[in-house]
Design a protein around this ligand. Structure first.
Ligand SMILES: *Cc1c(COP(=O)(O)O)cnc(C)c1O
Length: 472
């Protein structure tokens, strides 16, 4: 009987036999080993000439079987087009590289395909994930009542946080409620508020001082809003803004939020990982006052895309806002209880997402991450000093963490050409932003694959492009 079942399985095209699995596995391993070997030599961006390929790849799947190596080739060819976000030359937005150990973790977790939305169904796996999240709560100085949730990214984590804040502070009545951000807050906060049913007018912009939220201005605005009959409920501080990497004055904002009984949310999507370093921890002081923290391991822990984390000071607030019923509250009584992730955020069915964090952290050890992040802080100092020494460049803000913004002492159009010239070389890829209504180039060397020699080359390239442009 048992043999019959196995024979049947062997004929099932959806269940490759052991020899096929090994063949497919070797093909994948060869492919990714070649990729990682070559990732230091590939150009940072390869744009254009992909129209035919795009058209070809838009084809629907065939009725019959395909060829595994040929399909891997198709993926490889497709990935060659566009921005190389895995290599050392990617200095735009938030480079993270993508740890191969995390990719392996994902392969294993997906193959076992365990259901981790409800702790009872995979208690030991949930414990692995919960152990990482509890450790993160400790790193950020949150109390033992805190818990966490691994999401697909900062945006979804922010949504869960805003919904928790709304539920905790407003209950069912959303009328006239207000939340407080600055012009430098990531747009996902406003988007989360919108999805959470709050009108655009509920998002209040607090004035800034030197790119940071001004706590006195926030206090005045909150008081004025209350006087007008509005209902302030949420204050958002950013630990590393997207444009400039600037950290809001978290201690003052935390104190203000507590005094005004506002939920204090800290968006550390980018900056969170630096909490593992002494310098980062000093810069992020005050984050321990947060009611919720969003942190993207796919930014500052070098993990592949698709990994965000939400930490909440009181597990019950996440649960109350996302569980199917209030009765679930009784399950979450303390540290020793394992959470039902399906009741802490918007998703129910989910993969064993913890594995992609657990394996790299246990394999490499926290020290390896700490050292790499310290190196990134050093690289930012190096870039700042180097760019600031060029009389052609204006580098107005010393980096709080690792984002360095600069511009040529010329008009915006010239700076746009400056960026295009740098990126056109294919040797490095930077992004740009607007600060105080001016165009700035933005450099962020935080990939685990970007080290000082590569950065020095990129900086030399930037100086050369500036000189070229200044001559024309
Ligand atoms: C990237 C970022 C986000 C959004 O996170 P995603 O993972 O892209 O959804 C939110 N806030 C800040 C400060 C960010 O840098």
């Amino acid at each position: 009987m048992h043999t019959d079942i196995e024979t049947n399985d062997a004929k099932n095209p959806l269940e490759p036999d052991r020899a096929s699995i090994e063949r497919m596995g070797r093909a994948v391993i060869d492919r990714i080993a070649d990729f990682v070997d070559g990732v230091h030599r590939t150009p940072a961006g390869r744009f254009g000439a992909s129209d035919a390929l795009v058209k070809q790849l838009l084809r629907p799947p065939p009725e019959g079987q395909g060829d595994f190596p040929a399909l891997l080739d198709a993926f490889h060819a497709a990935a060659e087009h566009g921005l190389d976000t895995a290599g050392p030359g990617y200095l735009a937005y938030f480079p993270a590289g993508g740890l191969i150990s995390s990719a392996f973790a994902e392969l294993v977790a997906q193959t076992y395909n365990r259901y981790t939305a409800v702790a009872e169904l995979a208690p030991a796996l949930v414990a692995m994930e919960h152990g990482i999240l509890r450790w993160l709560c400790d790193q950020f100085g949150l109390p033992s009542s805190a818990t966490g949730l691994v999401t697909t990214g900062g945006s979804l984590a922010t949504l869960a946080a805003v919904v928790a804040a709304r539920h905790d502070r407003l209950g069912e009545d959303l009328a006239r409620s207000t939340l407080y951000v600055t012009e430098h807050t990531h747009y996902c906060v406003g988007k989360a508020a919108r999805i959470a049913g709050l009108p655009a007018s509920s998002v209040r912009l607090v004035p800034t001082r030197g790119l940071r939220m001004d706590p006195d201005a926030a206090a005045r605005l909150i008081t004025a809003d209350r006087t007008r009959g509005l209902r302030p409920f949420l204050l958002v501080g950013t630990a590393g803004t997207t444009s400039t990497g600037t950290i809001d004055p978290l201690p003052e904002l935390g104190t203000l939020a507590r005094k005004e009984r506002l939920w204090f949310h800290v968006d550390a999507a980018y900056g969170g990982g630096f909490q593992l370093t002494d310098r980062g921890r000093a810069s992020l002081a005050g984050i321990e006052k947060a009611d919720s923290i969003v942190f993207d391991p796919h930014k500052s822990l070098f993990l592949p895309y698709g990994t965000g984390v939400l930490l909440a000071r009181d597990a019950r607030t996440l649960h109350a806002a996302h569980a199917g019923g209030g009765d679930y509250l009784q399950d979450l009584t303390g540290l020793d209880e394992l959470p039902d992730y399906g009741h802490l955020g918007p998703e129910l069915t989910r993969e064993f997402r913890g594995m992609r964090l657990w394996l790299p952290l246990h394999l490499h050890g926290v020290g390896a991450f700490r050292e790499a992040l310290d190196e990134k802080l050093d690289l930012a100092r190096l870039a700042y000093r180097d760019l600031a020494s060029d009389p052609l460049l204006d580098v107005p803000w010393e980096p709080d963490l690792t984002v360095v913004v600069f511009r040529m002492r010329a008009d915006d159009a010239t700076n746009q050409r400056f960026l295009e010239r740098i990126n056109g070389t294919g040797q490095a890829f930077l992004s740009s932003t607007r600060v105080c209504e001016r165009f700035y180039l933005r450099l962020n060397a935080t990939s685990h694959r970007t080290h000082a020699p590569y950065l020095r080359q990129a900086l030399a390239l930037i100086h050369a492009c500036a000189r070229d442009l200044a001559r024309t």
